[in-house]
Design a binder for this molecule. Structure first.
Ligand code: MEV
Length: 442
């Protein structure tokens, strides 16, 4: 009997993995097959599987996503082979095409603008703002001393807490203040370090205020609302760009001359600067590239995206993260993006493939990985806007999607070969492929 979906499951996390798997399978008509399917994705090496099981709660199997490679990515004169983990069929192809295109035009360029991370202690305090402001130098010193056991190692690596600022937000919410703390987390993304320091700062702030006997009793009480890093990192920013002469764009398209192409491309990017509907899709194309490197290297792509979309809104409306400069017969395409990434700690060294990805990239430091990721964002953005403003996106996109459609129809290898030849110069769509397969099968 199929298990009812509206029955609350109690104590699921306490079950053994096999029991969880069986319980989930009961929601299907064919539980035996479901168990076999899910188990077929388990790692054959038990200790490796255990590692994956322990990354998260309630793991019952693994979910595969293709791990692809974009070769020949030249950045600041250095050639990289870039690993990309992504399910969307055209992303690696688009990145590789852009890498090849720009390898013939001076390669990609990138530079780090800054690497500061931030976190906040949000608290309520009922006193007079100037009193707290006057106490800030002493508070900072007290908090820094109290957090020494946590910050010591990071300081040895050249990082640590850079600054603690009091932000008075009482005009927006009664009694509400923040400690805005700036960090240098070196080659780690630093989330755990930052959060541990901030929680310690919260406790120490309460302790410090309790000790201020010159204050009224109620002023000695601080309510810590929460202590957490901010994923908005407007001062952890990387810039990537490509540039060439207009003459070098002459053969980009059959119909458009170099200057026409450059101007149309610029217009497309300007549309993404003024229209949030287009900007969301434009920036999504950028994150196709960035996220796939983030996943391949064990970085937190949700944090990276959250920062990017907030940064894209910093001028009061949501806009494109990239821009075009056309002057002196030169085309320059620039991406500026916040990227909090790490090359040590977290999954970067635990996930065997993340570790290998970093090796493939030559074991970069965090700033180098930021540059590589931004470049892949720019590469995907370039390919997308180039296709959109010339051939349209669907021709290339659907060609890459052909395999997915053929797999949907359970095409044999022979049928796939025939379909590949047939659709070389035919329009690919779900129905055209369906019809073709049906005709082959009589
Ligand atoms: C698809 O994943 C990404 C694009 O839509 C990006 C864009 O429109 O610029 C092609």
């Amino acid at each position: 009997m199929i298990r009812k979906r509206d029955i609350i499951i109690k104590g699921f996390s306490k079950l053994l993995k096999e029991e969880k798997l069986k319980l989930v399978a009961e929601y299907f008509e064919n539980p035996g097959e479901v168990v076999s399917l899910l188990k077929s994705f388990w790692h054959t090496d038990e200790s490796q599987q255990k590692l994956f099981d322990e990354f998260s709660e309630n793991t019952i199997t693994n979910f595969y996503i293709p791990y692809g490679i974009s070769p020949n990515v030249i950045i600041n004169g250095h050639t990289y082979i870039v690993p990309m983990v992504i399910e969307e069929s055209s992303v690696v192809a688009a990145a590789s095409a852009a890498a090849k295109f720009w390898s013939e035009r001076g390669g990609f360029h990138a530079e780090i603008i800054d690497t500061q991370k931030v976190g906040q202690v949000h608290f309520s305090w009922p006193g007079n703002p100037p009193t707290l402001r006057d106490l800030m130098p002493a508070i900072s010193q007290y908090l820094l001393n109290a957090a020494k056991p946590i910050t010591g190692n990071m300081e040895k690596r050249g990082g640590g807490v850079l600054d603690i600022k009091l932000i008075d937000m009482t005009d927006k919410l009664d009694d509400y203040y923040q400690l805005m703390v700036t960090f240098d987390t070196r080659d780690s993304m630093g989330a755990n370090f930052i959060n541990s320091v901030l929680e310690e700062f919260g406790h120490s702030l309460q302790q410090f205020m309790l000790e201020q006997l010159q204050l009224k009793t109620e002023e000695r009480q601080v309510e810590i609302i929460m202590a957490i890093l901010s994923n908005y990192t407007p001062n952890c920013v990387v810039k990537a760009w490509v540039e060439c002469s207009i003459a070098e764009l002459e053969n980009v398209d059959e119909k458009l001359g170099g200057l026409e192409f450059a101007k149309k491309f610029e217009k497309a990017v300007k549309i993404a600067q003024i229209d949030p509907y287009r900007a969301a899709t434009h920036n999504k194309g950028i994150y196709n590239g960035i996220d796939s490197v983030a996943i391949a290297t064990g970085n937190d792509f949700r944090a990276i995206e959250a920062a990017g979309h907030t940064y894209a809104s910093r001028n009061g409306h949501y806009e494109s993260l990239s821009r075009v400069e056309l002057k002196d017969n030169k085309f320059k395409f620039i991406l500026e993006v916040p990227l909090a990434m790490g090359t040590v700690g977290g999954l970067t060294s635990l996930h065997p493939l993340a570790k290998q990805s970093l090796q493939l990239l030559g074991n970069p430091v965090a700033t180098e990985l930021m540059m590589i990721s931004a470049v892949m964002g720019l590469a995907n953005n370039f390919s997308a806007v180039k296709s959109l403003t010339t051939t349209g996106i669907q021709a290339g996109h659907m060609k890459m999607h052909l395999f997915n459609i053929l797999n949907y129809f359970k095409a044999s290898e022979k049928e796939k070969d025939a379909a590949l030849a047939h659709f070389k110069d035919q329009k690919v769509s779900f129905s055209s492929v369906g019809k073709y397969i049906a005709s082959m099968r009589g």
